[in-house]
Design a protein. Structure first.
Length: 497
């Protein structure tokens, strides 16, 4: 449980700034697009350390890695809470991601190292209910703290929690097994190549839209270098006597299919969590706390499913859970395809519930079949790879979504602008809203009817174009839920089902 709550602390901290960008923008005196670097820095640092955490836990022990990682996370949280400098904030967020990222695979390793296979279903249910569902609670917690206290409390709350976990870990965590001989067999080439390739990939994804993608020589250069370093890394790890990451784990068919499914999971979870707050903030104009509350419905549904998922896993097996979970996610996502500017909590409630229940079933079922046949000696390596692929899947899908959201909004804006009837009722209603916004500013000149109509058409086109873009992206990602179902016949059956 100590390691589980360390994992929760890390997951919430990554997502916590998602609903409070505008408050942070004002506090740090930067542009809104610069604030996104706070999440990017966290993600980049986290992705770099995750693949090495399995090797580090074997080298210095799970206990020591947990204590070191949590100590670094504590110091980084203090830095984030008390700095007023944007660049220092980004640096401390990167430190948070690097030290917190080391904690992520430890939880998955401990499930399979400490418990026998009969106990694993209930442990998976507990960890998924408390741990992974916290992905959806980050924005809610951040929004509430920002509105009720201040943005600094998004980081200050980490301090007492981390201190308590450090004390408990120091006295009660008894996972001291280590392999000092690994220090004499460090695969420096593998470490450098993997870290370089991951950083280049994330830089390409984060900066691509800003630099107009392959029109920029920087993006072309980073993309080519990323591909080269990835190929060199794979060659190195497949031929090295003591690879930093044993890629032979992918010879395990269930694990390979599980990794494909976890990419799908990342797309189905992270993309809506990314788009929904943007829609609620930009279109509905609601505050961080309300945004967080709406997003957290999925997390609450996930948690509510927890007490039953282990029973279902024992009774039906992992493959059946994947099937049911994908069907529920498909239905819930399809429900969100036709959102309008009037959609609020009531309209989004049931789609979020279905997606939350389905996500719990898909996650537990997939992790169960993916790790079932992994030998004990390969657990830490497999857990690191599993988490790395989840994070990369989420990062790539969000970056691609951002690109298409921007491009499709422009396209649909053009369609709508050309088809708006200047005498339509909706345009008149929008004009009246605009007039109402400025009625308390008598120093402003009166708008002519023609100018009001043009301004209303512009606002209406931008808003509806944005909504149509979201709906089309949602429709596209809905079909990802079919992929795990198609792969089910290829999964090797576990002994229970």
């Amino acid at each position: 449980m100590i390691i589980l709550f360390g994992f929760v602390l890390n997951v919430i901290s990554m997502q916590i700034v998602g609903s409070s960008f505008r408050h942070l923008q004002g506090a740090l005196n930067v542009e809104i697009d610069q604030i996104s670097y706070m999440m990017s820095a966290y993600l980049m640092a986290e992705v770099v350390i995750i693949p090495f955490s399995g090797w580090l836990s074997r080298l210095i022990s799970i206990r020591l890695l947990f204590l070191c990682g949590l100590s670094g996370f504590l110091l980084a949280s203090i830095g984030c809470a008390f700095t007023n400098n944007f660049y220092l904030m980004v640096a401390f967020r990167a430190m948070q991601g690097f030290t917190g990222g080391a904690l992520m695979p430890l939880m998955f390793s401990c499930i399979y190292l400490l418990f026998d296979k009969k106990q694993i279903p209930i442990i998976l249910a507990i960890t998924a209910t408390i741990g992974v569902s916290s992905i959806a609670f980050g924005p809610a917690i951040g929004g509430w703290m920002t509105e009720m206290l201040s943005w600094r409390w998004m980081f200050l709350y980490n301090i007492p929690v981390a201190i308590v976990l450090l004390i408990l870990g120091y006295f009660f965590l008894d996972l001291r097994d280590r392999e000092p001989k690994l220090l004499k067999q460090i695969d420096f080439s593998g470490i450098i190549l993997l870290a370089a390739s991951l950083l280049l990939l994330l830089i390409t994804l984060e900066e691509g839209a800003e630099l107009d993608w392959f029109a920029s020589y920087i993006i072309r250069f980073s993309s080519i270098l990323c591909i080269i370093t990835f190929f060199l890394f794979f060659y190195r790890e497949l031929t090295a006597d003591n690879p930093i990451i044993d890629l032979k784990i992918f010879n395990n068919r269930n694990f390979s299919i599980g990794c494909i499914n976890v990419v799908v999971f990342g797309v189905l979870i992270y993309v809506p969590i990314f788009m929904l707050p943007v829609f609620l903030g930009e279109v509905r104009g609601i505050g961080p706390w309300e945004i967080g509350a709406m997003v957290s419905v999925m997390g609450l549904a996930w948690m509510a499913t927890g007490p039953f998922v282990s029973i279902l896993l024992n009774f039906l097996g992992g493959r059946a859970l994947i099937l049911i979970g994908c069907i529920l996610i498909f239905i819930g996502t399809r429900w969100m395809v036709n959102i309008t500017s009037e959609f609020g909590f009531d309209e989004l409630f049931w789609p979020q519930v279905l997606r939350g229940v389905g996500s719990q079933l898909l996650w537990v079922g997939n992790q169960y079949i993916a790790m079932y046949f992994v030998p004990r000696i390969g657990i830490q390596n497999a857990a690191s790879m599993f988490n790395l692929i989840l994070r990369l899947g989420g990062a790539v899908s969000i970056a691609v979504t951002n690109i298409f959201l921007e491009k499709m909004q422009i396209i649909y804006y053009g369609y709508i602008s050309n088809s708006i009837n200047m005498g339509s009722a909706i345009l008149s209603a929008t004009s009246q809203k605009i007039e109402g916004l400025f009625q308390n500013f008598p120093v402003l000149p009166n708008f002519t009817p023609n100018f009001k109509a043009l301004l209303a058409a512009e606002i209406l086109g931008q808003r509806e174009g944005f909504i149509m873009a979201i709906n089309n992206i949602t429709f596209f990602i809905m079909w990802f839920a079919i992929i795990p179902i198609v792969l089910l016949p290829l999964c090797k059956k576990t002994n229970d089902k």
